[in-house]
Design a protein around this ligand. Structure first.
Ligand code: PLP
Length: 396
């Protein structure tokens, strides 16, 4: 069988590959510590689960409107006003199977061959792949930890051609956890307005910002740039498996995305939509507790990482990832084997200490390794202890 060339051009998800390794090892009875997790380890709250059970009991089990049930759109509208201080209309909202599907639909609706889309590295693994699937070119702008992973706006202009049609921002970021300053956001919005770009703001970690209140990019849009915002219940309410996310922005774009979704997957699961209404409108104490838990774990994780010789790591303000720089270990060797990439280093850590991490290459950041702290404090302590012991074997 000959597959379409778009499949061979597509890289598999690094994070999902590492998660699959962790789960295989667990099944084999290996005492594995898994830092590759991309989801809260807490269960979905009972009141949300009960709303789903009620939906089933009431027979709410059929297709719904493609773009989402009116009750959920109203809940999203109210949530976006309450939490993000943004006014939107119902026709500016699309409910999708997670933020990922919304991102895919927006890219398919806007980009095509000849277009360029700006991404900032380190980037979430799926952005370049989703852009490539439209035949547009992802253009990667490097950012540095010492600049809070924000772009250097003077250098940025060298990378800009007239083919750029969009820019993807992810703050708080996966994998760095960095939260962009308001001034960096405003710089991009100003540039986007001048150049006519569409700004994609992936705010899937909006509820996990620790030191200051989260500010949604669209709420800073004094330049009136075209912004489409992506949010999800996955991380905010520990609902990754329910598959509910949403996008809001220009109603013409939302209508196009909805048309595509109608031919692709139809509506989001009806039962999950009812659960999402309860999540957004019901008791919000879960979010507060989850944030406290993750902040404690973040502080623990960083104090332990700080104690490992040869790596450097800035404490990020959001999400649940640490993204330390291991580049001092590149070019080193153990038992005659040279470590030329963080993938090889990550593999060494896995083999030596049964600790699963995600190498930086998939995020466009060779030399770095991602550690998730969406696992218990005991696992964090044990996992980092093992990593430290493994690295002791290497002379850097
Ligand atoms: N965006 C980022 C940066 C992510 O890390 C993820 C999931 O890991 C998503 C979007 C998609 O999440 P979901 O499709 O579950 O809403």
């Amino acid at each position: 069988m000959i597959l379409a060339s778009r499949i061979s051009k597509l890289n598999p998800s690094y994070t999902m590959q590492m998660a699959a390794i962790a789960s295989r090892m667990r099944e084999e009875g290996v005492d594995v510590i898994d830092f590759s997790v991309g989801e809260p380890d807490l269960p979905t709250s009972k009141h949300i689960c009960n709303a789903a059970i009620t939906a089933i009991d009431n027979g709410f089990t059929k297709y719904t409107t493609v773009s989402g049930i009116p009750e959920l759109k109203t809940a999203i509208k109210e949530k976006v006003k309450r939490d993000n201080n943004i006014d939107i209309e119902t026709d500016q909202i699309l409910v999708s199977n997670g933020g990922k599907q919304s991102l895919y639909l927006a890219c398919q609706s806007l980009f095509e061959k000849g277009d360029e889309v700006l991404l900032f590295s380190p980037f979430w693994v799926s952005y370049p792949e989703i852009v490539k699937l439209t035949d547009a070119n992802p253009i990667v702008i490097d950012t540095k930890p010492e600049n809070n992973f924000e772009p250097n706006f003077n250098k940025l202009s060298n990378k800009i051609s007239s083919n750029v049609k969009g820019v993807i921002i992810n703050s708080p970021s996966n994998p760095t956890g960095a939260v962009w300053s308001d001034s960096a956001v405003k710089n991009i919005l100003k540039l986007a307005k001048e150049k006519g770009w569409v700004v994609f703001s992936d705010e899937c970690y909006e509820q996990l910002v620790y030191e200051k209140p989260f500010t949604s990019i669209a709420s800073l849009n004094e330049y009136n740039a075209e912004v489409i915002t992506f949010m999800t219940l996955s991380k905010s309410y520990a609902m990754t498996g329910w598959r509910v996310g949403y996008a809001f922005g220009n109603s013409k774009l939302i209508k196009a995305m909805s048309k595509l979704q109608g031919q692709e997957t139809s509506c989001v699961n009806s039962i999950a939509q009812k659960a999402a209404v309860e999540a957004l409108t019901g008791d919000q104490s879960f979010r507060v507790e989850m944030k406290k838990t993750f902040k404690r774990r973040r502080d623990l994780m960083f104090s332990l990482l700080d104690d490992i010789p040869g790596i450097s790591c800035t404490i990020p303000d959001g999400a649940f990832y640490a993204f330390p720089d291991f580049s001092k270990y590149l070019g080193t060797h153990f038992n005659g084997k040279v470590f030329n990439s963080s993938t090889q280093l990550s593999q060494f850590i896995l083999e030596t200490s049964k600790v699963v991490t995600v190498p930086g290459e998939g995020f466009g950041a060779p030399g770095h390794i991602r550690f998730s702290y969406a696992i218990s404090s005991d696992f964090i302590k044990e996992g980092i202890k093992r990593v430290k012991q493994a690295l002791k074997k290497i002379k850097y």
